[in-house]
Design a protein around this ligand. Sequence first.
Ligand code: IMP
Ligand code: MG
Length: 181
Amino acid sequence: MEEVTYQGLTFEPYIRREQIAGQVQRLAQEIKRDYDGKNPLFLCVLNGAFIFAADLFRACDMHDAEITFIRFKSYEGMASTGDVKEIMGLNEDITGRHIIIVEDIIDSGVTADQLRKELAKRDPASVKMASLLFKPEALKVGTGPEYVGFEIPSEFILGYGLDLDGLARNLPDIYVLKEKK
Ligand code: IMP
Ligand code: MG
């Protein structure tokens, strides 16, 4: 695995696809154990979570699981704008449903906190969050995700759904911004 360059910035390999697949399998087993038979509704937060959600949803292998999609945006470039806008709404009735929010990464926690508050208004039976990545040191609001693939330091990463202004989502591995020497 080589370094990659986007917008003049160099990124180096950080988490390999095999490691990602291993954590996806582990999370899927935990979720299946907790939700099988409960008709859970996975709520994929677009855009970043779409690849993780597809892999996780398949790996869970539950007969009664459903998935739907919502779109939030709070990031521009490499810094959180702190201003979370709902772009695509949730049309399903979630009253009495068990919701599993699927996120790519929890950074400041602003997006997750906002989403949990919005969902709580609609009387679900339960709401938990599965995030592939979590930056605990960056968390400003709320609690972290209940299901976490990798805890990482506050560094900017991309690949496997994570982007830099829309680019690099299609990288099968995850890369981290290289320190300037
Ligand atoms: P938060 O609201 O600050 O927790 O940010 C959550 C969103 O910011 C994530 O769903 C990502 O879309 C984006 N984000 C946070 N950290 C990174 C990163 O390191 N690389 C790419 N996107 C990120
Ligand atoms: Mg996101």
